[in-house]
Design a protein around this ligand. Structure first.
Ligand code: TRP
Ligand code: ZN
Length: 909
């Protein structure tokens, strides 16, 4: 029996993957009637329910959360029921095959819903968010993804306040009602799990576009926004049209709806949601104009629009059996949106830039997750709150797992596998095993099919594997022997691991940098200069023959597997790769390794010096590295976007991850010194880069011109930094002028950021001017907050600034975008400012976690993760961080979301 804990909180019990049981009942049809009212919305839910004959008879247990139950009827008559742990339990139900009618009448209070799950109001408009378990906040239901039903929805509301009434599928009827009200009736032609249900009602306007698909069918595409925002929807619509076309050409998957709608809201917990035919988006991923959105915003919109659209097949037509299978749809759909963005980017170089950006996210966010207290396999074994498992592991590592399958079966083979997946499972709720089986079965004899069980360890084992490589050149035999071996650190509940199946793409370079044709022992002739080998045991030895001189190995090209690569490169070898590797990813990676090495040496070098006052050698990077970076910057063959990436230092959090014990102030100081060194040593090169790239003509968001703007912005930031050091006034003056004159947000914001991050006296006036210019545009004001909270710390100045901004009239903690722009930018994205030796950053964090938890547990739990890696910190940070986490954990009223995160953090050994 359910009982309250002594502290009055619901028990936070874990769910386990192995406990899956098919539902005892099916719900075939759902007929919903909504009388929408912000204070009290009435929901009439009429279902056709029938017993699942495949499982033993059980009572019907319907999930519900924060509902007021008014009436329950079975086949039109009142019935007895009981409540158990929030569930509505019905016994003695008709057991026959035909099933019965179940009618449930409840009310809820959308205007009081600050968690933004279920039905809520945002700026006077009703929205729903049901994934993962939000539908139970709308009505009692079997709130699990393997119960798929046909929906029809009747919406009724005041016509003046809510002129637009939307739900999934097709609009079949609409009209006026008495008392100034009206109605709309929607029927979804596709069966779906309840997490894909959506409704929207409010004052909205739409950009409309009719398209004809390859099959000749006509479709209506719509993007709904608030009146006044219509001018910012063109890019989202273009992205949607491109997504439809791409899924047809690349995978033969067509739009299966007459009407496909996107609706934007400024109150949203995440990026966007793939509700069937009615995607709901965070405004951040819809609205863009050159005056208000940066190139990064434009590119994010393209990929998120693509992501949600691609879910229509990978997620909606074939969905997840249970939430442990989340990566089935998320990993696959991220892989698809990454491929879409790469195909849209065009040139080989632009594709490499996209790949580098994706890998950077994986390594700076997912690798730490996999090494920390929240580490979990791509297919988790257990969870307390599923919302906590919408993670970079499920999404980004999941996408890498799909990418490795793609690598192992080839592009054509993967397309065949996808086809088989849909032939087998269209309309079903399935598992990660089903997906892997389809890809393998469509490719018998492939590198994947021959070792499928071992490959699937990527789904079951957490942790980032390490591949150690050792090479030995034999000059007399002209052979090069490469030994690859793998290991994987322990993760929570997984002390030891079995070998992973790791595709390693590799090549060999001669000392002069030329690519060597590869010939392995037993082969009759040399072949291509790059190939993929599969490491599927503890170790693998490869022998290359006909190698005329000691080669430089280029390993894990294109980042062919989500692993750490450990090879004892000499500086000279890395410089060769940086100058010559034909693999653009590894060329960039060589530069990163060189910079990382300098940083780590500098961090370790003066470990004896006290972290605050310790002296720092300004020359952290040596002349050879600087010369190589200079050559990159000056190379006329390389694209601007690529140069910008090569010239970017590894982030403080990436540096910290490479250390066993982290003094975050030392890391910050070293990286800042390196930034200054890059700025001053390459000063004239930055000037040349700026002159060559700063004029990009009329604004176009394409990859090539965005790349030039990125490089120009980086150059300005370096020139302002150098100027702060030398006292030069010219570049800050030019930067201020560019800030004022800029014709687009990318250039304007880059100039503003250059002034703010270099700490120039112009910064304050520029910030004030920026705010005045954009005070009515919430997404731009988010940037304004984020820049100030994320700026490099100088003597602890950021926290007081953040505290002052918390009191700014524009700050709203209940709006997730605003909370993220100020609080998360400080706690999660500015380690040098957050990790204060006095612990004030951590106390600020604890207070904000608790304040947010009372409003929106999902967002609070994300913030709670900012201290995941506390146990790696040096003293005094480690103890102070522990105290702050314990303070949160000890709070009397915590959501299960936050409780799970802090409990796991405190369990860290
Ligand atoms: N399924 C969504 C996606 O990846 C994300 C999502 C899950 C979400 N839960 C959510 C979005 C809650 C908003 C709120 O595309
Ligand atoms: Zn998704």
């Amino acid at each position: 029996m359910f009982s309250l804990r002594e502290d009055g909180q619901a028990p936070a019990t874990a769910r386990h993957r192995g406990d899956y049981q098919a539902p005892a009942w099916w719900i075939d049809t759902v007929d919903l009637t909504f009388d929408l009212d912000p204070a009290k919305t009435r929901v009439l839910n009429r279902m056709r329910v029938r017993r699942n004959p495949d499982v033993p008879a059980q009572p019907l247990r319907l999930d519900g959360d924060e509902l007021n139950l008014a009436r329950v009827m079975v086949n039109g008559a009142g019935t007895s029921f009981r409540m158990d742990a929030g569930q509505l339990v019905l016994e003695n139900l008709p057991q026959d095959e035909a099933g019965f009618d179940l009618e449930i009448f409840t009310t809820c209070a959308p205007e009081k819903n600050t968690a933004l799950m279920g039905l809520y109001v945002s700026q006077g408009t009703f929205f729903t968010q049901c994934e993962a378990e939000g539908f139970r906040r709308i009505t009692y239901f079997l709130d699990r993804p393997d119960v798929m039903a046909s929906y029809q929805v009747l919406l009724r509301a005041d016509k003046a306040a809510y002129p637009v009434l939307l739900s999934n599928g097709n609009l079949v009827e609409q009209g006026d009602l008495d008392g100034g009200r009206h109605f709309a009736k929607w029927v979804d032609p596709h069966k779906k799990p309840c997490y894909l249900f959506a409704l929207v009602a409010g004052k909205l306007v739409a950009r409309q576009q009719r398209i004809t698909s390859r099959t000749g069918k006509e479709h209506l595409l719509e993007v709904y926004v608030r009146p006044g925002d219509l001018g910012k929807t063109e890019h989202a619509m273009n992205s949607l049209m491109a997504s439809v076309a791409w899924d047809e050409t690349r995978f033969g998957l067509s739009l299966d709806l007459e009407r496909f709608m996107i609706v934007a809201t400024s109150d949203f917990n995440m990026g966007a949601m793939e509700n069937k035919g009615l995607n709901v988006f965070n405004t951040k991923y819809v609205l863009a104009s050159q005056a208000t959105a940066t190139d990064v915003d434009f590119s994010n919109i393209e990929s998120v629009v693509g992501h949600e659209y691609f879910h229509n097949w990978t997620g909606n037509r074939v969905t997840c059996r249970d939430w442990f299978q989340l990566s089935l749809k998320e990993g696959l759909t991220v892989f698809r949106d990454q491929e879409f963005s790469m195909d849209m980017a065009g040139s080989a170089s632009a594709r490499a830039v996209k790949r580098i950006e994706d890998v950077r996210v994986l390594r700076t966010v997912q690798f730490p997750e996999d090494a920390g207290p929240m580490a979990h396999p791509v297919r988790p074994e257990s969870y307390v709150e599923i919302n906590n498992f919408y993670t970079v592991t499920i999404y980004e590592k999941g996408a890498e797992v799909v990418r490795m399958m793609h690598t192992l079966v080839g592009r054509e083979g993967f397309a065949r596998g996808m086809k088989l997946y849909f032939e087998r499972h269209d309309g079903q709720a399935v598992t990660c095993d089903d997906f892997a089986a389809a890809i393998a079965d469509a490719n018998p004899g492939s590198e994947l099919a021959t070792r499928l069980d071992a490959f699937k360890r990527w789904y079951s084992q957490a942790g980032t594997p390490c591949v150690k490589a050792q090479g030995e050149y034999d000059a007399t035999a002209q052979t090069y022997t490469l030994t690859l071996s793998q290991s994987c650190p322990a993760t929570p509940n997984q002390p030891s691991k079995l070998p992973f199946v790791i595709p390693v793409e590799l090549g060999l370079l001669a000392q002069d940098g030329s690519a060597l044709p590869l010939q392995m022992e037993g082969e009759t002739a040399p072949g291509a200069s790059t190939r993929t080998v599969v490491l599927d045991a503890a170790s693998l030895t490869l022998r290359f023959i006909g190698v005329a001189s000691a080669p430089v190995p280029s390993l894990l090209r294109s980042f062919s597997a989500p692993v750490r690569l450990d090879y004892a490169y000499t500086d000279a070898e890395l410089l060769t790769l940086l100058a010559h590797d034909t693999d653009a990813f590894n060329r960039w990676e060589a530069g990163q390794r060189l910079m990382l090495r300098c940083a780590i040496n500098a961090i370790a070098g003066s470990a004896d010096a006290s972290s605050a006052g310790g002296t720092l050698d300004a020359e952290i990077m040596d002349a050879d590295l600087l010369a190589a970076l200079r050559r990159t910057l000056r190379d006329p063959q390389l694209d601007a976007a690529y140069k910008e990436l090569v010239l970017s230092l590894p982030s403080e959090s990436y540096l910290a991850e490479q250390l066993d014990v982290v003094d975050p102030q030392r890391v910050h100081a070293v990286r800042e010194a390196m930034r200054l060194q890059l700025a001053t040593a390459l000063r004239s090169d930055w000037e040349a880069a700026y002159e060559a790239s700063h004029d990009t003509g009329a604004y176009q968001p394409d990859a090539a011109s965005a790349g030039r703007r990125a490089l120009a912005g980086q150059a300005l930031s370096m020139l302002c930094l150098a100027a702060q050091h030398t006292g030069d006034a010219v570049w800050p003056g030019k930067t201020l002028q560019r800030f004022k004159d800029a014709g687009n947000m990318t250039d304007r914001f880059a100039a503003l950021a250059a002034l703010v991050t270099s700490g120039h006296p112009h910064a304050a006036a520029a910030l004030a001017r920026f705010h005045a210019l954009f005070k009515d545009d919430a997404l731009v004001i988010d940037k304004w907050f984020a820049l100030q909270a994320g700026t490099p710390d100088r003597g602890g100045h950021v926290l007081p600034a953040v505290q002052a901004l918390m009191k700014h009239p524009d700050f709203q903690i209940g709006n997730p975008n605003r909370a993220r722009s100020l609080i998360f930018s400080y706690c999660s994205a500015n380690p040098g400012a957050f990790h204060r030796a006095d612990g004030a950053g951590y106390r600020f964090w604890a207070d904000r976690v608790l304040a947010l938890d009372a409003i929106n547990p999902q967002v609070a739990a994300r913030l709670a993760r900012a201290l995941d890696r506390w146990s790696k910190l040096a003293e005094p940070w480690r103890s102070v961080a522990h105290t702050a986490i314990a303070q949160v954990a000890g709070h009397a009223k915590l959501s299960k979301d936050v409780r799970e995160v802090v409990t796991r953090a405190l369990e860290t050994p």
